[in-house]
Write a protein of this length. Structure first.
Length: 549
């Protein structure tokens, strides 16, 4: 697995594009780092930058960014709505893949030590990188902000973790740490009142508010949302007040739950939510979950495409109220796609057919089988979605929505396997292209070919498993789905059976070159039973279809 570390530094400059450009140019210049997003805010006078890469490269890029930001930004001249304490206010490292939180925390500590030593800059650690539990919370570290730092830094309990315990008037101080993926999320209100925005923020944030008791004592009244930090502010740039939230664990409080709760709390105070804003990047799952949530609230089927779920989420959350929201620029999984990779499933049908017909061995029968299977699963899913919304069947919407979701999962898996089959073939060809001059080279070449061929056998077997798994759903849609769509279910069954049989041919031809390989022999044996079962399910489905036509 590729080791990927994300860095999301926040710089105290959101109005001068020349300064922002110089910082991001320094990041992009580090080999092994990919700059994903630059999100400046004029009212906050703050820019959130997101980049990913191999951990050592990310740490180097973060150091270079902190260095140049300290040279270009003068905190004595800085004013903005967002709390801050330094030119590079906060620099979190976020493990993405192939790296643990403990490892990310160690990278953060090493980065902090280097910044303090080489740049002579006060550095505080936070979250997973901070061993002192009293200094883990960013809000606690940043209390008093830049203006209070001259006094705070001299207090023994606030001595920096690295660097001098002396106030740096130009650069302030920097907070470096490691944390889980955090979603910065602002909800727009139809008011200009910061006080009302704060009141709603106190209602929903986990810490809640401090309530004075009749005897003069204070009681902390918790808010309604776990793993949420929130404040209220007014953004002159847009002329609206916002509830500004950090969702620190989106598994506990997803974006759509935070949105609905702010809507409820705001309405109780006579305030209306008009939209919302995501700052920086967001995991795809956030938008998919939100899309499903808002469709389910309408009693509409959630078994729709990924693109449709994202569109529903953007519209329902009002993410494009203030500025255009382009998912391809804001969803981390979309940005991490290899732009140089040619994806068969991104082609038009005409392009895919032309590519298949071209004088090359791939894409071939394996990819086409997966594509045909995807169409079969899609037809079953279509019947489920149509049935979910059929007049008079309102009480069955959830039943058919669940079926559509199952079908949609099969469609997505098969579309992935369309490209995966061709990639597997390419790996086999790469093995054949290896040198074979010496005995060692011949052995390495043979091992590479056999390893790649076994994987090329597993891929069509996965196609068989996936398609066979969705065939009972196609049959069920022929039996119970919207009667006028019964022929569509029949075509789905025909496609599915063809996909299973086509994939089985690929299992057989690849396994034939793996003489004596037990796993390859087992795949062929299992495949025979699966092919027979697919034929049986097709026959049963077509019998239902013919009986209804």
């Amino acid at each position: 697995m590729t080791r990927l570390l994300e860095c999301v530094p926040n710089f105290s400059e959101g109005r001068d594009p020349r300064v922002i450009q110089q910082i991001t140019d320094r990041i992009a210049a580090v080999e092994g780092v990919r700059l994903l997003n630059v999100d400046p805010g004029k009212a906050t006078n703050r820019t959130v930058v997101t980049f990913v890469g191999e951990p050592d490269a990310v740490a180097e890029a973060a150091f270079q960014a902190i260095k140049i930001a300290g040279e270009l930004i003068d905190m004595r001249q800085h004013h903005g709505e967002h709390p801050r304490m330094g030119a590079t206010d906060v620099c979190p490292l976020v493990p993405i893949s192939g790296i643990t939180m403990a490892e990310a925390a160690e990278y953060a500590r090493k980065l902090g030590e280097r910044v303090g030593r080489e740049l002579n800059l006060p550095v505080y650690l936070y979250e997973a990188a901070q061993p002192n539990p009293e200094r883990k919370n960013l809000a606690v570290i940043r209390a008093g902000e830049y203006e209070g730092m001259a006094r705070k830094i001299l207090q023994p309990e606030w001595k920096p973790d690295f660097g001098p315990a002396a106030f740096d008037a130009q650069r302030g101080a920097t907070v470096i740490g490691a944390r889980d993926f955090l979603v910065a999320y602002n909800v727009n209100l139809n008011t200009t009142s910061t006080r009302r925005a704060y009141a709603v923020a106190f209602d929903v944030r986990e810490a809640g508010r401090t309530v004075k008791q009749p005897d003069g004592s204070e009681l902390q009244q918790p808010g309604t949302l776990k793993a949420v930090k929130a404040i209220g502010w007014y953004i002159a740039e847009y002329g609206v007040a916002q509830v500004s939230m950090n969702l620190t664990d989106i598994a506990v409080t997803p974006v759509h739950v935070a949105f609905d709760e702010v809507c409820r709390a705001a309405a109780e105070r006579g305030v209306r939510v008009t939209g919302s804003e995501l700052v920086g990047l967001v995991p795809l799952q956030c938008l998919l979950d939100a899309g499903r949530h808002f469709l389910a609230k309408q009693q509409r089927s959630v078994g729709v495409s990924e693109a449709e779920l994202v569109k529903i989420a953007v519209r329902s959350l009002g993410l494009d109220e203030l500025t255009p929201f382009h998912p391809e620029e804001r969803v981390i999984e979309y940005l991490l796609r290899d732009p140089s990779a040619t994806r068969l499933v991104a082609m038009t049908v005409a392009q895919f057919a032309a590519e298949t017909a071209a004088e090359s061995a791939a894409p071939g029968g394996g990819s086409v089988s997966a594509a045909v299977g995807a169409f079969g699963a899609a037809l079953g899913t279509m019947v489920a979605n149509l049935s979910s919304h059929k007049r008079g069947w309102d009480h069955r919407w959830q039943e058919f929505s669940d079926h559509a979701e199952q079908g949609q999962r099969a469609v997505q898996e098969l579309l992935f396997l369309v490209d995966e089959d061709t990639r597997a073939f390419d790996r086999v060809m790469a093995g054949f292209g290896m040198p074979r001059g010496t005995d060692e080279e011949k052995a390495a070449r043979r091992l590479a070919i056999d390893t790649a061929t076994l994987e090329a056998t597993r891929i069509p077997f996965r196609v068989m498993e996936t398609v066979l798994g969705v065939m009972p759903l196609i049959k069920l849609m022929a039996e119970q789905g919207q009667p006028s769509s019964v022929s569509d279910a029949g075509v789905g069954a025909l496609c599915a059976r063809a996909a299973v049989m086509g994939a089985y041919l690929n299992v057989q031809i690849n396994a034939a070159s793996l003489k004596g390989n037990a796993e390859a022999a087992e795949l062929v044996a299992k495949g025979a039973g699966m092919a027979a079962r697919a034929q049986q399910l097709e026959d049963e489905t077509l019998a239902v279809v013919r009986g209804k036509m």
